[in-house]
Every structure is written in C-alpha cells, then in structure tokens.
Design a protein around this ligand. Structure first.
Ligand code: PEP
Ligand code: MG
Length: 756
C-alpha cells in the first residue's frame, strides 16, 4: 500500500466530503464503497449491515453484482462476514475460499476473488455491520491497511447509529440491529413499572469531528488531555472526597495504571496517525478493547473493561470539554436512567418527578443506591449485564421492577401490555391510598399495628402518605452509608431530632448501627473476613469499640429530650450482650443528668431477634428487654444457614416452612403470656401470604416498606382473624408434613376472597 500515513488520511478527507454532500443515504453509501475500493486498490468493497432480525444485509458494493444489494443476506453463523460480525474481529485472508467458514453466494459473483479483508463496524463493542474489501489476486493485507479499513468503518458506524440507513433496509427486516427490540433480564430492586426513554447517567460523547488534517496538533491535544486526566485521578486519590464521588480507591488505582499504560497510549497515537481526531482515536481504540473484552468470560477481565470504559469516557469528556455525568437539572421528562453504577447522592440529585426508572449494570439489591431508589419509589433493576452497550440515548424502554424485565425498543403490543400493567398498578395504589386514614382492624374487630421501615430523611413523608402508625424500624446505618464522612455526634443529633419531629406523635424505633457484613461505610476501613455475615458486625462492633455506639446513644438521648425514645439493638446473640449495651445506655443517661441536661420522657430499649441462640433463652430475653422486634431476614438466614445475599441459595427455603413458623409461634405465645410488645420488621411482614400466616400465629404488630403498607392494610381489613388463627393452629398441630404451607395459605386466601 502507498504511504501508510498518507493513504488513510486522504481517504478520510474524501469520505468527509462525501458525508457532507446533500445526496441520499444510498447514494452516499455507493460513493463511499467506490472511494474505499480505489483508495485501497481493491476490486471489491462491500458494506453489510446487521439487521434487527440478526442477519447481515448487503447495503452497498463496488465490484460485486449490484443487483445483490438489499437482496443478499446471511445469518450470523454463515460465511466469513458472519464470522467477523459474531466475533467482532477483523479477518485478513489471502485465500478466502479455503477458509472453513467461507460460504458462496452465487448472486454476488464473488468466487473470482482470492484475497479478503473484513473489519467489524463497531458500536459499543458490538458489530453493527461489516466492511469488506476483496482482491482478485492472492495477496497479504498489511497491518496499515487493516488499520485504515478499521478507521473507515468508524465513519460507517456513525452513519448507521445516526439512523440514516433505517429506510434502506429490505422491507420486513425490522431495520438495523441498533433499532432491534430486545428483552433483557436483571435483578428486581425496587418495584413498579416504568415507561420512558433511555437517559445515560454518564452520557456518551458525540464525536462530531472524526477526521483531522494535522496529526501533530491532535497528538498535542491527546497528551494534554491525558495529563489532565492523570492529574484529576491523583487529586481524587489524595483528597478525602472518594466516597462522595462514589468511587473507591482500588478503581482509581486501576485507572492510574491504565492512564500510564504504554500500549494503550501507543494505540491511541496510531489511530491519530491514520487521520482521526484525538477523540475519534479514543473511541476507535476503546471500541476494539470492548469488542475483545466483551467476549471474555473471565470476570476479572470483564471488570477491567468497565474500568477502561470509564477511563476512555473521562478522556473523551476532557477532549471535548463536556461534563462527565449528566447535569442533574438536565434530566428530560419520562427519563429511565441507565448507569453502570451510581452513588446514592447522585440519584438524590435528580428531579424525582421526571424520573420513571433506573437501570444499573452493576448494582445489586443491597447496594446503597438501591436502598435510596426504594426509598424514593423509583422502579429499579440491577445487575443488567451489558445494558449500556445495547442502548442508545432516547431509545424507548420499559422496565418492570417486580420481575426484573427490561424491554428495549419494544414493539407496540408489548408497550400496550405494559402500559396496561402500569395503569392497573396505579389503580391499585389509588385504592390503597383511599385506605390511608382507615384503621387496620379486621372484620372481627381485632386491631393490627402497621408501622413503616425507614432509613433516610426522604422516607419520612411516607408516614403521612401511607397512614403508618409509626416507624417500627429506622435503619440508622443508611444515614451513615450515604454521608460523605462519619457523622459527628452533633450532626447525628440533628438528624435524629429532625426524624422525631417529622414523626410528631408517632413513635420512631431507632436501630443502632447495623454495619459490618455487606453494609460497609465507605470512610471506615473495611476488614477482610472469611464469613462477614457471621463476623464482626452490628452490636458486636458497638460493644468492642464502644466509642461509636456511645456517640450514637448520646446523640439519640439528646435528640429525644422530653420525648419518648425507642432504641433497638441489632444482631444480639445473648442476653449478656443486651445487658452490656443497656449498661452503656444507662451511663450515657446518667452523664446527661450530671450535665443538668433534659433527657427523654421515657426510654425503651429493645432487641432485634435475628440470631437463633435467643430462641433457646426466650424467657430470659423477655425478662430483660422492653420490647422485641423480629428481623426475619437475618433469622431465616441463620436458622437455615442460607446466605441471604447469595442468589444460589437465598430462595432455597421458604419462610413458610413449618419449622420457622414453629419458632415464631413460641415467640408469639410468650408475648401473649407476658404482655411484652413484639413486632416483626423483616421483609416477611410486608408480603401478604406471609403476613396472613403471622397474624394466624398471633402477631399483631408489623413494620414494613412503605409500598407494602396498602396491601397489608387491605388484607387485615378483609379477614376474620379468628378464622386464620384456627387455620394456622390446625396446620401446626398436623405436624411438619411439607416444606412450606404456602399452597394451603394461598388456597385459604382464595377461599376467603382475598386478592393481592
Ligand atoms: C432483618 O434482618 O430482618 C432486618 C429487618 O434487618 P436488615 O434487613 O436490615 O438486616
Ligand atoms: Mg437484620
């Protein structure tokens, strides 16, 4: 090939001219293939585009039979072109017909060409088409030629992504792959159906100038941006602002490593030398990296891909002078935010009313942003693998936070079905709202207490919206998790007072810090433990390192002056642990008195029943505490030895297993005998069938997520408690016959006209 550095640049310049001509898309495409063929001294140049039905269609050709354009198609598992699209890798052959994947399409007349060079047209690491040149003579294409063709493919990628070629596709093919309707599946995080349009939390940079005339100037721009990037990473690493940015040290360390990586920088430089602008070079190299790493199964390498994506994205933003994340006030109406990951604070900044949903590539149900999303009532799906590479900004999208389903670019019938689902849900919500001021009293006149679980200030208005009679579980660690640094005593006191004030006459039960295990405070050093769920967490940390718990107790005592204060301790395993914590509280109260400060009117200290050891010392527990709250999430985890975070086992046993119910029954019976207050605050309390069982066992007090309050109140108002009590007594008396009594309870509910 002629002058490796000049050839592609001349071609790119000519292409740029063609792109700006006022001709039709097909005419421009036809001109482009002629230009490429002549520039590369090839007899053939063809463009294939991946269609929505997952086949490749010939869109333009110079050299092959033109009659075949828009007629010849091939499957992804067919021919050399299919192979390139499938693997998203270039293929250079001097004797194409001897390649095992070669497939002959008689209408194209390509049998006379021996050598073949094909490159994928990449978008987000996926092949949205294939660009091919062929020569009659057997020849070896040079590395520079491969490089030049790849660069040229970028121009075509822009054309396809811009939607210009949509109208050209053969009728009935559904258009190009980029417009394909897709169903994806993630993990349900926050329920609700969201219909809207894709908005990227970290918007892609739209590259307007692909071609540059002065490679030296582009190199200088690249180097300046790299230096700038390096400096900002160093700054982030040195400043204390890591947690605020939602970034962690190891990610930034990886960034730093890549930003200095010679191989990466060399590839960027080479891409500039082919005639690309610095930003187009970054996009080009990153597209190749994505294509390679996306096809890796090694989770470590895939993780690195995310880091590299982030880095490339930051570099692009530096080069184009655009902001890395979307300005929160720029959120359009009906937005479904799509992000790889996001800090909880970032989500809180977006205008709630414009937000219809959230899709995260990485976040799971216990991630901090998930907790905030639930608090805000934003339908959310996590662990949606690869979603960012598949969406285009503005795409229509529907998410179902109950099932984890994502419908991308949905067909009209799917859209109609979901719109109906959303309407139904809204109607139900309306019915539940109508119950807000109605008392949760059963048909036979028995009252049930329904309180709400909370963990952030934004949760608190839900008290009024749902008609909950109080906060039965305030997870204080969530306040700590979203804070940029450890809140000091005074800041804590202010927060707790605000919460108590918003609740007014309604009681709030504060749970002391339940950190450790999966709940990590970003600003505290994480301790590596073999079994974190069984490790140094919650009240164990509080007793071993008393400063943290003491500060919290002090702040609570000060916040609740002349008010009632309810505190409960998480993960208590023995009565002795409870007594130790109570002694600490007494000392703090004494200190308050000594300082002449007003204290709470009344203090109640309770225990969370989450560790099975307490079940075998129940009498003493009941004697020691002021109240009990059963954390069924953890109690289930420890009784059945199933990790609640591990999807492989988390759903293995049913909470309606007779042995679990029998254990709960003992607690309910003792509560009745002693008159001590017992409530249930695990997820079980908010699920109708489970709640039915719990009411039947004798429980009369529950605390649950705000969205569950309506359905549970409707349930209580629709049943005769006497009936369900008799039913449960009979089931338990029959002995443990099945692994779950869910089926019988569902039948009971149906027979009594209860619908959820
Ligand atoms: C529980 O374990 O049931 C509980 C309510 O606490 P958390 O889910 O916060 O561990
Ligand atoms: Mg718990």
């Amino acid at each position: 090939m002629r002058g490796a550095l000049v050839g592609p640049r001349v071609l790119l310049r000519r292409l740029r001219e063609v792109m700006s001509e006022p001709a039709s898309a097909q005419a421009r495409l036809d001109r482009i293939v002629v230009l490429i063929a002549s520039n590369m001294v090839a007899e053939v140049c063809s463009v294939y585009v991946t269609r929505a039905d997952n086949t490749l269609e010939l869109y333009a050709t110079e050299g092959l039979n033109r009659e075949a354009v828009h007629l010849t198609t091939m499957r992804l598992d067919e021919g050399l072109v299919g192979l390139i699209a499938r693997e998203a890798q270039s293929l250079s052959l001097s004797d194409a017909q001897s390649h095992p994947a070669f497939s002959y399409k008689p209408e194209t007349g390509e049998e006379i060409y021996a050598s073949f060079l094909g490159v994928p047209i990449l978008r987000g690491g996926n092949a949205i088409g294939v660009l091919v040149v062929q020569n009659r003579a057997a020849r070896v294409y040079s590395e520079e030629e491969v490089e030049a063709l790849q660069t040229t493919a970028m121009v075509l990628a822009e054309m396809i992504a811009g939607g210009e070629l949509e109208a050209l596709a053969r009728p009935g093919s559904g258009g190009t792959a980029l417009r394909r309707a897709l169903t994806l599946k993630g993990q349900p995080i926050a329920e609700g159906v969201g219909l809207g349009h894709v908005v990227l939390h970290e918007p892609r940079v739209e590259i307007k100038n692909l071609v540059a005339d002065d490679p030296e100037a582009e190199t200088r721009r690249l180097n300046a941006a790299l230096e700038d990037l390096q400096a900002s990473i160093d700054d982030l690493l040195e400043s204390g602002g890591l947690s605020q940015a939602g970034e962690h040290r190891d990610v930034l360390e990886t960034f730093r490593m890549f930003a200095q990586d010679r191989g990466w920088i060399r590839r960027l430089q080479e891409a500039i030398n082919t005639g690309l602008t610095a930003e187009a070079a970054v996009e080009r190299v990153q597209s190749d990296v994505r294509a390679r790493l996306l096809r890796q199964t090694d989770p470590y390498l895939r993780e690195r891909l995310h880091d590299l994506d982030d880095l490339a994205n930051r570099l692009l933003h530096k080069l184009t002078g655009t902001a890395f994340t979307l300005a929160a006030d720029k959120l359009p109406e009906n937005a479904i935010l799509v992000a790889r990951t996001m800090g909880p604070a970032a989500l809180l900044e977006y205008q709630r009313l414009r937000l219809r949903g959230l899709v995260l590539e990485e976040g799971g149900a216990t991630s901090h942003v998930a907790i905030v999303a639930r608090a805000l009532g934003v339908p959310t799906i996590g662990k949606a693998e690869g979603v960012i590479g598949l969406v285009e900004p503005g795409d229509a999208i529907i998410i179902d936070g109950m099932t984890g389903e994502i419908q991308l670019r949905p067909q009209p019938d799917i859209e109609a079905a979901y719109a109906e689902r959303a309407r139904l849900r809204a109607r139900r919500q309306e019915q539940y709202r109508a119950l807000r001021d109605k008392a949760p009293v059963s048909k036979d006149g028995q009252a049930v207490e329904i309180q709400m679980n909370a963990g952030l200030l934004v949760d608190m208005p839900n008290l009024d919206d749902t008609g909950a009679s109080g906060v039965g579980l305030f997870r204080t660690e969530i306040l700590f998790m979203v804070a940029p640094s450890l809140p000091r005593a005074q800041a804590q006191e202010g927060l707790y007072r605000t919460i108590i004030d918003i609740a007014g006459k309604r009681p709030v039960t504060f749970r002391t810090l339940d950190i450790g295990g999966d709940k990590v405070l970003p600003y505290l050093r994480k301790i590596d433990e073999e079994n974190p769920a069984l490790g140094w967490r919650a009240v164990r940390i509080g007793l071993d390192r008393p400063a943290l718990l003491r500060t919290q107790l002090r702040a609570l005592l000060n916040a609740a002056r002349e008010r009632d204060l309810r505190i409960m301790l998480p993960m208590v395993s023995t009565v002795e642990e409870f007594e130790q914590a109570r002694a600490m509280l007494a000392r703090e109260r004494e200190r308050q008195r000594r300082l002449g400060q007003q204290g709470p009117r009344q203090i109640q200290l309770g225990v969370m029943l989450e560790v099975p050891s307490l079940l075998f010392d129940l009498e003493r527990v009941f004697e020691a505490v002021d109240f009990i709250s059963i954390g069924t999430n953890d109690l289930m985890q420890f009784m059945f030895a199933v990790d609640r975070e591990n999807a492989l086992v988390a759903g293995r046993f049913d909470t309606l297993h007779p042995s679990f119910l029998a254990a709960l029954k003992r607690v309910a019976d003792l509560a009745k005998r002693t008159g001590k207050r017992v409530s249930i605050c695990g997820e079980m309390a908010g699920r109708p069938i489970e709640a039915l069982a719990l009411i039947g066992l004798g429980f009369r007090s529950f605390s649950m997520s705000p969205s569950n309050i309506g359905p549970i109140k409707a349930l209580v108002r629709g049943i005769e408690i006497g009936g369900i009590e008799a039913f449960m007594a009979e089931k338990l008396a029959q002995g443990f016959e099945a692994a779950s009594i869910r089926a019988q309870l569902t039948e009971f509910a149906a027979a009594h006209d209860l619908s959820f």
